[in-house]
Design a protein around this ligand. Structure first.
Ligand SMILES: C[S@@+](CC[C@H](N)C(=O)[O-])C[C@H]1O[C@@H](n2cnc3c(N)ncnc32)[C@H](O)[C@@H]1O
Length: 283
């Protein structure tokens, strides 16, 4: 495993994924009963934007940074930005730390909600465990996130969210792993909410993924895409998407607002597109 999220922390893909994560957790908090978040590919939780890796790519300067200065945003984006700011006290519109998905989720959990965070790379898993030492709501697992979906679902709360955010190092092979894990997850927890992040490099690869996703036995699948460049090259991350299986009631309305605000704020060139559509919306 060569992938290190430190090179990409706070980039446009993180912004879309984490804004959606915040929206989903806030929706779960509409009910008083506890819920559980399973983060299958959690990373190290906390990223220094002054690290050698972040300095090398500076991807966050085209992601989280431009958002921080904006005032007119949908309320869920303000919740997300306030979480990010809470790790950067006294830095104004500058940033030193970018919180990864487990840290964002843990920031929003209530006392009785739980987070199970999985990470396979040993150094990242150690950092993850150190971050949450002493937080009884969070269980960190040094294990394969796909295997954890088989072993840990459904959560005892029978309410919650599974975030699947693989590195896609094997490119198309990772789509196979995601789809296989979701097929098993359906047998264990068909009503669970699953959020899958995926890269968009070539349009036809994304469409192929959608056809296979739609063939799974889940009844409701919503996809949100954000492309900064035309998806016509396998050599760069032109865009990304989130597929939401069993999203909360009316989440499509909230997501439409988030997506158009992000598309506007993060636009890099004349090309820029975003799309929200139901792959399946049964029953
Ligand atoms: C895209 S990063 C995760 C970023 C994190 N979800 C966030 O939003 O802050 C993917 C992570 O998955 C880890 N990883 C790779 N294969 C894995 C597997 N099979 N199970 C669990 N973690 C894995 C990588 O080491 C990497 O830290």
């Amino acid at each position: 495993m060569n992938y290190r999220h430190a090179y990409h922390a706070g980039n446009f893909a993180d912004v879309l994924k984490h804004a959606v994560l915040v929206g989903l957790i806030e929706a779960l908090k509409q009910k008083a009963t506890p819920f559980c978040v399973l983060d299958t590919h959690a990373g190290r939780a906390r990223y220094s934007l002054q690290s050698e890796e972040a300095e090398k790519t500076r991807e966050y300067t085209a992601g989280i940074l431009p958002l921080l200065g904006l005032a007119q945003l949908p309320s869920l984006l303000h919740v997300y930005l306030n979480v990010v700011r809470s790790f950067n006290p006294g830095t104004g519109h500058g940033l030193h730390i970018y919180p990864g998905s487990p840290l964002i989720a843990a920031s929003l959990l209530r006392a009785n909600d739980r987070l199970m965070a999985c990470e396979l790379e040993p150094g990242e898993a150690q950092a993850l465990r150190a971050e949450f030492a002493g937080d009884a709501r969070v269980a960190c697992h040094h294990r394969d996130g796909y295997e954890a979906m088989r072993a840990l679902l459904p959560p005892k709360e029978k309410r919650g969210l599974v975030l699947i955010d693989p590195p896609f190092e094997t490119q198309l092979g990772e789509f196979d792993d995601v789809l296989a894990a979701l097929a098993v997850a359906h047998t264990r927890w068909p009503t669970g909410c699953y959020a899958v992040w995926y890269p968009i490099k070539l349009r036809h690869d994304a469409e192929h993924f959608y056809r296979r996703l739609a063939a799974l036995p889940f009844g409701k699948i919503l996809i949100a895409e954000l492309c900064l460049h035309e998806p016509n090259s396998a050599l760069r991350l032109n865009g990304c998407g989130i597929a939401l299986i069993n999203p909360p009631w009316r989440f499509d309305t909230a997501l439409a607002e988030i997506l158009s605000a992000l598309a506007e704020a993060l636009r890099q060139s004349r090309y820029g597109s975003h799309e929200l559509r139901w792959l399946k919306n049964e029953g």
